[in-house]
Design a protein around this ligand. Structure first.
Ligand code: AMP
Length: 427
């Protein structure tokens, strides 16, 4: 069969399927990122895959690429004017959900939540940049405390480390707050207006000048030498706050680099902002990022709730693991594979398979009436350490053969001791 005739359909451009065995790595990455969060009191939250467009345009920012160019908007058959979009990021939705459920009124701030899911951006696809991608994220809502910013950063670092990643760096900046940022913004605009910039960038100077600092093009970067830096404009409160975050990170043994040009692509950030970058990913080097968003709740109609959060990209974390040659120790998909020879053996072994599974042993079965040779091939391909083989003679003796597929050793095991024999053979 030629490849084209397998199916008329393909995964849409910029998307890909997760299939075994690689899909197991994605599950393990999600698990590893969320484990430190669960140990730190973050509760799981799940929100819809789509929200009202305005949540994102007000929350993420009217001037950001995410909102102006990358959102997938949906058409609905009825229900009038409600405009919906596939979620391009998680923070606005999670905050919306927390507000809607009044979690912030339960008298236990901060509300700490974690999530895992799919996000959608209409981007130019390339390695590490997809139109459908996966993030695990965390939000701590309703507290202004440098220890909370530090906690989240430490939890992300611990997640990467638990996966065995080494070659990542943490970039750290403060974007100031509503006291000091406006004056800085004006000073930066004065500087930027004198530069030789294209029309799009000029517009950005007027709407969101800080993002111009983040422009990756060399022609722009060259002109930014001598630009006023936020560091020199931070108010005392922001300086003190940032210093405390830095001290707490240092005390926890977390290395970081001060990056005063780090702005990030979402408008809602205030004060602490950070990004994790990885050296092995080429141009899409950001594996995760986040920061404080003290004004977001009010922007979407809620009360003042200073908050901080991050999202780590699962796809890029997997690429980073590949780039470092890290092989995760995944639990065996199949530990025991049962090979029946004959109908009576099928019935008996199928019963034992169920028993083993119920006892927590990952077990599979040679389905489809395969002959011995093919069934043993399947056993080997499954990655199982043991095969459970039985023919008529074994059944007559009330035993099955437990074969160690690594050493080739085999032993007869009575039916009713199979579970314990497998357990002790596993060591
Ligand atoms: P952001 O929401 O833009 O701060 O992104 C957080 C993380 O999500 C990034 O550091 C990436 O790891 C991941 N990410 C964002 N956009 C994409 C994309 N288009 N494809 C793959 N991963 C992405």
């Amino acid at each position: 069969m030629t490849k084209a005739s397998v199916s008329t359909f393909k995964a849409p451009r910029g998307t890909y399927d997760l299939i075994p065995p690689v899909s197991a790595v994605y599950l393990a990455v999600r698990e590893a990122i969320s484990a430190p969060l669960r140990r730190a009191g973050y509760g799981y939250v799940e929100t819809p895959g789509f929200e009202q467009v305005d949540l994102f345009s007000r929350g993420v920012g009217e001037s950001t690429d995410i909102v102006t160019k990358e959102m997938y908007t949906l058409t609905q058959r009825s229900e009038g004017s409600e405009r919906l979009a596939l979620r391009p990021e998680g923070t606005a939705s999670v905050l919306r959900a927390a507000l809607e459920a009044n979690l912030h009124k339960a008298g236990n701030l901060p509300v700490k939540l974690w999530y895992s899911g799919s996000y959608y951006r209409y981007e130019r696809p390339q390695k590490g940049r997809y139109r459908h991608f996966s993030q695990v994220g965390a939000e701590a809502i309703g507290a202004e405390d440098p220890a909370l910013d530090a906690e989240l950063i430490i939890l992300a670092v611990d997640a990467y480390k638990s996966l065995g990643l080494k070659n990542f760096r943490l970039l750290l900046n403060s974007l100031g707050d509503k006291e000091c940022r406006p004056a800085y913004r004006a000073a930066l605009q004065d500087f930027l207006r004198d530069l030789d910039l294209d029309d799009d960038t000029r517009r950005r100077v007027e709407i969101n000048p800080l993002r111009v600092l983040d422009d990756k093009r060399e022609a722009v970067q060259k002109q930014l030498t001598g630009a006023p830096m936020l560091r020199d404009h931070l108010c005392e409160a922001c300086k003190e706050y940032h210093e405390q975050v830095r001290e707490l990170l240092t005390a926890a043994g977390v290395a970081f680099e001060d990056d005063e040009k780090l702005v990030r692509g979402l408008d809602y950030y205030t004060r602490t902002t950070f990004e994790f970058v990885h050296g092995g990913l080429g141009s899409q080097s950001a594996v995760g990022g986040g920061g404080r968003y003290d004004g977001l709740s009010e922007m979407i109609g809620g009360p003042a709730l200073p908050s901080v959060g991050w999202a780590l990209g699962v796809d890029r974390t997997v690429l980073a693991l590949e780039a470092e040659g890290v092989e995760l120790e995944l639990p065996a998909a199949t530990e025991v594979f049962a090979v029946p020879l004959g109908d009576e053996a099928r019935r008996v072994l199928f019963g034992l398979v169920t028993e083993l599974r119920r006892a927590g042993v990952a077990t599979d079965f040679a389905f489809g009436g395969k002959g011995l040779k093919n069934a043993m091939k399947s056993a080997n391909r499954s990655g199982a350490r043991f095969a459970l083989v039985a023919g008529e003679r074994d059944l007559a003796e009330g035993v099955v053969q437990l074969k160690d597929l690594e050493s080739g050793e085999q032993k007869a095991v009575p039916f009713d001791t199979v579970v314990s024999e497998v357990r002790s053979a596993q060591g």
